[in-house]
Ligand binder design. Structure first.
Ligand SMILES: C[S@@+](CC[C@H](N)C(=O)[O-])C[C@H]1O[C@@H](n2cnc3c(N)ncnc32)[C@H](O)[C@@H]1O
Length: 900
C-alpha cells in the first residue's frame, strides 16, 4: 500500500555483517558436525536464536525480482515500475547458500559421515570446483525470478537446499479480515474523464508489424506493447474459486520440514520441496477451510494433523515414499519438542475450487477497485501519514496496485492507482507468493486497460491462487514485519522489498544533485518551448500525449531534460551497482562469478530506470492537478523561475528597498554612530553601479569596495562586520540571480480516510472514526515537486526545497551577523573553523545545504536565489578561484574568544 514518507534508511552493514557471520559460523559448525543429526539440530536451534536476535536489529535479505509484472504498491516513494530489487547485500546470501548447499550435499548424499569427510579431501572451504560454480550459477539464476520462474520453475538444483534463512517474528501482527464492498467494474474516484482517458487503449498504427517484429525477435523493442486480449468472464466465486482462510509457512519452517524428512527416502531434493509446496500446503488449506475469519480463527495452526492426513491418504494409495516422508516428519515432531512445527495465518485468500483445476495462461479475474488519479492517491497518503504520525505499529494491509499503460501504447505511458481496500472483488484477497502460480498484468480488453490475474502454470484443485506482489517499501520496519508465508523453496523471506538506498542512488547523487536539477529547470523555464529533440527523447522513453498533453511547454521541456538524466543513469548505474556488490562480496568471499554479477547489476539498474519514469509520471500528474486548480488550464501556468536582468540585480543587491545593502545598513545601525553610518550611506549612493556600461562588472566592483569598508569597522561578538564582509564578497562573485514566481496557494477538496486505511492500532487511537483530510498546496509546491520529482513521500516539497537550498543555492541573510538579542550563544561563532566549514561546503559539497546551527540564518522561502556554486553548475565551470582564494587568505580582522 502506498504509505507515507518512509525515510530512506541505510540497511546497516554492521547488522548484515553480523547475520552473514552467523550464517558462516553455522555453515562451518555444521560442516564440522554433519555426522550427528542431533548435533546439527541443536546448532540449527542456537543459530536460529542468534539470527532471530540479529534480525530484530537488521532487515532480512531478499533477492531481486522479476520484470514486466504488476505489483502491489506498498510505498509511495521510489517504486520500481517493473519489478523490485535488492540493494546489494543479498549478494552474500548466495555464497552462504553455496556453503550450506555444499554442507547439505555432504550430509545427504552419503549415509556415512566418514565418506563425507573423506570426499571433502581436506579442501578449504574457499576452494573452487566446477560443480561449486555450477551450483552457484544455478542458484543465482533462480534468484532472477522474472526469467527463471517464467520458464516453468526449472531452476531447482537437487543440491540446492535452503536452511532456515528467515523466520517469522514472534510478534508477527495478524492480518485483520477486512470486509469489502463487491464491485464488478472499476470505480473512478476523481477526474472521471481524465482517468478514463488514461485507461483507454490506443494501439500504434503499425501495431501488427511491431508485434510480429517482437515475436520474431527481428527487432528489439525497448517498450512493451499493449497485450490485447479478448473478453473472458472471470472465474466464479463460490464455484470455480473460493475465498477462505489461508495459512502458510515461513522459510524457517520450510527448511525445518526438509530437515525432518528421513534421508533413506530416495527422493531428490526437488521432490521434497514439491511435497511441501504442493501436498502439504494444499492439505493444510483444506484443513483450515472451516475457519470463517470471524473470531474463531487461530493465528497458528499445527502441522501435525496435516502430515497425519497426508500419511493416511498415502496409506490408502499405497504410496510408500510419501508414507515414509510423513512418518519421518511425525517422528521429528515428536522428538524435537522445542522446534515449532506450525503454520501461520495469512488472512483470507483465494483457492482453486474447480475439479480438474485451471490450465496454464488462463484468465482468473480482473483486479478491481477504486481508481485514483495519482495526485488524489498521494493526497490520501499524505493524510494517512499525518494521522499515523509517530505510529510505530506495522503498516496496515495493502490493497493497491498501479495500473500502468504500456510504453508502447500510441499515446504512451501513464498510470493510475487501483485501490481495492474498500471496494473490490475477490482478486484483492489473493495472497503473495515468491513462486506464484499466477501473475497480475495489464492487458488491453475491449479498448480498456485492466489489471488481470492470469495463471502462469496449471493449478490443481485445492491449490491457493497467488501472484508475486513485487511490492516495495522504503521502511525497514515494514519490510521486517512483512514476513512471507508463501512456503516456497525460493521464498525471499518478506513479501515486500526494501528500496531506496545504497548503490542505486549513486548516479543520482553524483549527477543529479539539487543544483543540477535547478540547472535543468532554469534552462527549461528560460526557453519555455519544446524542441524536436525533446519530443524525440520523450517518445523514446515511452512518454507521449497521455502523460504530457496539456502541460505547459516549460514542464514538457523540463521532463525531456529529466528523461535525458534517466537515460544517463541507465548507462552508468550497472557499473555502480556491480562495483558495490563486488565490494560487499569481496569482504567475505573469494569466488565470485563476474558475469553473473554483471547481469544481476543490469537487471537491477533496469528496475531503477522504470522506477524513475514512474516517479516522473506521478510528479507530472500532481503538478498538472495543482496548475489546473490555480489557472484553469495548466498550460497557462507560467515558468516559476526567471533570471534577473543586471538592473534587477542592482536593485536586489545595492539600492532597492530590502536590498542586501539596505538590510546591511539597517542591521548595522544599532552598533554604529549616526555620522559614520550616514557617511557610509552617502558613499554607497555614490557607488551605485546602475549607470555603468557594464553593470555587472561595476556592481562587483562596488560590492568589493563595500566589503573592504565593512571589514574596516570595529567588530564585537554581537556585531560581526568581518563575517558580513565575507558574505558581501561571496555575493560579489555571484553572477546569476533568479526570481521565484509563486503561484496562489489553495486547499484541495477533502479526501476521506477510513479506519481501515490506518491500520488497526492507529484506527483505535483515532476512535475508529473516518477522517477527512484537506491538503493545502503552497505557492511553491509545483516547483518543489518538480525539483524533487524522484520522491513522492514529501508532503511539502516546497519546504524541502527551501531547506535543501540553504547556502548552496540561497546565500545567508546579512542580518545573521548582527545579533538582535543580548544573549551570547554558541551559534554566534565565526572563527577560522566556521570559515573552513563554509569553504568545504563550497568546494567539496557544492550541492549540499550548509551545516545547521551555525551563525548563518536563511530566509524560509526566498524570493530570489543565486550562488557562486549555482553559477559553476550553470557555466559548467569550476568554482571561482579568485573568490575562494580571497576567503582562504584574507587576514583575520577580529577574533572573539569563542571563535578559536
Ligand atoms: C492483498 S491482501 C491479501 C488478502 C488478505 N489476506 C485478506 O484477508 O484480505 C495482502 C495482505 O495479506 C497478507 N498476506 C498476503 N500474502 C502473504 C504472504 N505471502 N505471507 C504473509 N502474509 C501475506 C498480508 O497481511 C498482506 O498485508
Amino acid at each position: 500500500m502506498c504509505r507515507d514518507a518512509i525515510k530512506v534508511k541505510n540497511r546497516g552493514a554492521g547488522d548484515m555483517n553480523h547475520i552473514t557471520t552467523l550464517f558462516l559460523q553455522l555453515a562451518s559448525r555444521l560442516e564440522e558436525s554433519s555426522k550427528f543429526s542431533y548435533e546439527r539440530d541443536e546448532l540449527m536451534k542456537s543459530w536460529k536464536d542468534d539470527l532471530s536476535a540479529a534480525l530484530d536489529s537488521a532487515p532480512m535479505k531478499h533477492k531481486k525480482k522479476a520484470t514486466g509484472k504488476k505489483y502491489m504498491n506498498r510505498s509511495n516513494g521510489n517504486i520500481p515500475a517493473n519489478g523490485s530489487f535488492d540493494y546489494g547485500e543479498y549478494a552474500s546470501d548466495q555464497e552462504i547458500k553455496k556453503r550450506i548447499s555444499k554442507l547439505n550435499r555432504k550430509s545427504m548424499d552419503s549415509g556415512s559421515e566418514t565418506d563425507d569427510r573423506s570426499s571433502e579431501g581436506g579442501r578449504s572451504s574457499s576452494d573452487s570446483t566446477a560443480s561449486d560454480t555450477e551450483s552457484d550459477l544455478d542458484f543465482r539464476s533462480e534468484g532472477r525470478t522474472g526469467e527463471s520462474r517464467g520458464d516453468g520453475y526449472s531452476m531447482t538444483d537437487e543440491d540446492e537446499r535452503e536452511w532456515g534463512a528467515r523466520m517469522t517474528k514472534v510478534s508477527l501482527v495478524p492480518p485483520v479480515t477486512r470486509k469489502y464492498e463487491v464491485i464488478d467494474q472499476y470505480l473512478i474516484v476523481a477526474d472521471e474523464e481524465d482517468v478514463q482517458r488514461k485507461m483507454s487503449v490506443s494501439l500504434p498504427d503499425d501495431y501488427a508489424e511491431k508485434l510480429d517484429a517482437q515475436k520474431n525477435g527481428t527487432e528489439e523493442l525497448d517498450m512493451e506493447l499493449p497485450e490485447v486480449k479478448g473478453y473472458k468472464p472471470r472465474k466464479q466465486l463460490g464455484d470455480e474459486v473460493i475465498e477462505q482462510e489461508v495459512y502458510g509457512i515461513d522459510p524457517y519452517t520450510h527448511n525445518l520440514l526438509l530437515d525432518s524428512m528421513p534421508e533413506e527416502v530416495d527422493w531428490p531434493l526437488l521432490k521434497k520441496h514439491m511435497f511441501i509446496e504442493d501436498v502439504l500446503l494444499c492439505t493444510l488449506n483444506k484443513q483450515v477451510r472451516h475457519f470463517t475469519g470471524a473470531g474463531n480463527t487461530p493465528m497458528t495452526y499445527p502441522i501435525l494433523p496435516v502430515v497425519e492426513e497426508i500419511e493416511q491418504a498415502a496409506v490408502k494409495d499405497c504410496d510408500i515414499r510419501t508414507m515414509k516422508i510423513c512418518r519421518g516428519i511425525l517422528r521429528a515432531i515428536d522428538s524435537r519438542p522445542d522446534d515449532k512445527y506450525v503454520s501461520y495465518r495469512k488472512g483470507l485468500g483465494v483457492v482453486c475450487n474447480k475439479e480438474g483445476g485451471f490450465r496454464d495462461d488462463d484468465f482468473v479475474v480482473e483486479f478491481l477497485g477504486e481508481v485514483y488519479p495519482a495526485w488524489k492517491w498521494f493526497e490520501k497518503q499524505d493524510g494517512i501519514r499525518l494521522l499515523q504520525k509517530d505510529s510505530k505499529e506495522p503498516a496496515p494491509e495493502f490493497y493497491n496496485i498501479y495500473l500502468e499503460r504500456p510504453k508502447g501504447d500510441a499515446d504512451g505511458y501513464d498510470l493510475v492507482v487501483v485501490d481495492a481496500m474498500h471496494k473490490a472483488n475477490y482478486a484483492s484477497r489473493i495472497c503473495h507468493s515468491c513462486k506464484p502460480n499466477c501473475e497480475a498484468k495489464v492487458t488491453a480488453v475491449d479498448g480498456q486497460y485492466q489489471i488481470g490475474i492470469y495463471t502462469v502454470r496449471e493449478i490443481q484443485h485445492g491449490e491457493e491462487i497467488t501472484f508475486d506482489y513485487n511490492s516495495v517499501t522504503e521502511s525497514k520496519e515494514e519490510y521486517e514485519a512483512s514476513v512471507c508465508l508463501c512456503g516456497s523453496q525460493v521464498c525471499r523471506g518478506s513479501y515486500l522489498n526494501l528500496t531506496g538506498e545504497g548503490a542505486f542512488q549513486k548516479v543520482l547523487k553524483e549527477w543529479h544533485g539539487l543544483l543540477d536539477r535547478y540547472y535543468l529547470m532554469l534552462r527549461a523555464c528560460e526557453l519555455n518551448s519544446v524542441s524536436e529533440e525533446d519530443y524525440l527523447d520523450l517518445g523514446r522513453a515511452g512518454l507521449g500525449s497521455c502523460l504530457l498533453g496539456g502541460l505547459p511547454d516549460w514542464v514538457v521541456s523540463y521532463s525531456a531534460r529529466l528523461v535525458r538524466f534517466i537515460n544517463l543513469e541507465r548507462t552508468k548505474l550497472p557499473e555502480e551497482i556491480l562495483r558495490h556488490n563486488l565490494e560487499e562480496k569481496r569482504k567475505y568471499f573469494a569466488d565470485i562469478c563476474l558475469e553473473v554479477e554483471r547481469s544481476d547489476a543490469e537487471v537491477q539498474a533496469e528496475g531503477v530506470y522504470n522506477q524513475r519514469l514512474q516517479n516522473l509520471a506521478v510528479t507530472l500528474d500532481k503538478v498538472r492537478y495543482v496548475m489546473r486548480c490555480i489557472f484553469g488550464d495548466p498550460k497557462q501556468a507560467p515558468p516559476p523561475l526567471e533570471k534577473l536582468t543586471p538592473e534587477e540585480t542592482v536593485s536586489l543587491l545595492w539600492k532597492g528597498d530590502g536590498s542586501l545593502v539596505d538590510e546591511l545598513l539597517q542591521c548595522m545601525s544599532p552598533y554604529m554612530d549616526a555620522d559614520t553610518l550616514n557617511d557610509l550611506r552617502s558613499k554607497v549612493r555614490a557607488r551605485d553601479p546602475s549607470d555603468s556600461d557594464d553593470i555587472q562588472k561595476a556592481l562587483q566592483k562596488s560590492l568589493l569596495w563595500l566589503r573592504d569598508e565593512v571589514r574596516s569597522l570595529p567588530c564585537t561578538y554581537k556585531c560581526r562586520h568581518d563575517a558580513a564582509a565575507d558574505l558581501i564578497h561571496v555575493y560579489a562573485y555571484t553572477k546569476s540571480f533568479f526570481r521565484v514566481r509563486e503561484y496562489d496557494a489553495f486547499t484541495s477538496p477533502p479526501v476521506h480516510i477510513s479506519p481501515l486505511d490506518l491500520g488497526p492500532k492507529c484506527a483505535d487511537k483515532l476512535g475508529g472514526l473516518p477522517h477527512k483530510y484537506q491538503k493545502t498546496y503552497g505557492g511553491n509546491y509545483c516547483m518543489g515537486q518538480l525539483i524533487f520529482w524522484h520522491i513522492q513521500t514529501n508532503t511539502e516539497p516546497d519546504f524541502t526545497v527551501a531547506k535543501a537550498s540553504k547556502g548552496c543555492l540561497s546565500l545567508p541573510e546579512i542580518g545573521s551577523f548582527y545579533a538582535k538579542v543580548q544573549k551570547l550563544s554558541q551559534q554566534r561563532i565565526y572563527g577560522p573553523k566556521t570559515v573552513k566549514m563554509m569553504l568545504e561546503r563550497m568546494e567539496k559539497y557544492p550541492q549540499k545545504p550548509w551545516p545547521k546551527d551555525q551563525i548563518w540564518s536563511f530566509k524560509n522561502s526566498p524570493k530570489v536565489f543565486g550562488s557562486p556554486m549555482l553559477d559553476a553548475v550553470l557555466n559548467k565551470a569550476p568554482l571561482d578561484r579568485e573568490m575562494v582564494h580571497w576567503l582562504k587568505h584574507r587576514p583575520t580582522v577580529y577574533q572573539a574568544m569563542w571563535d578559536r
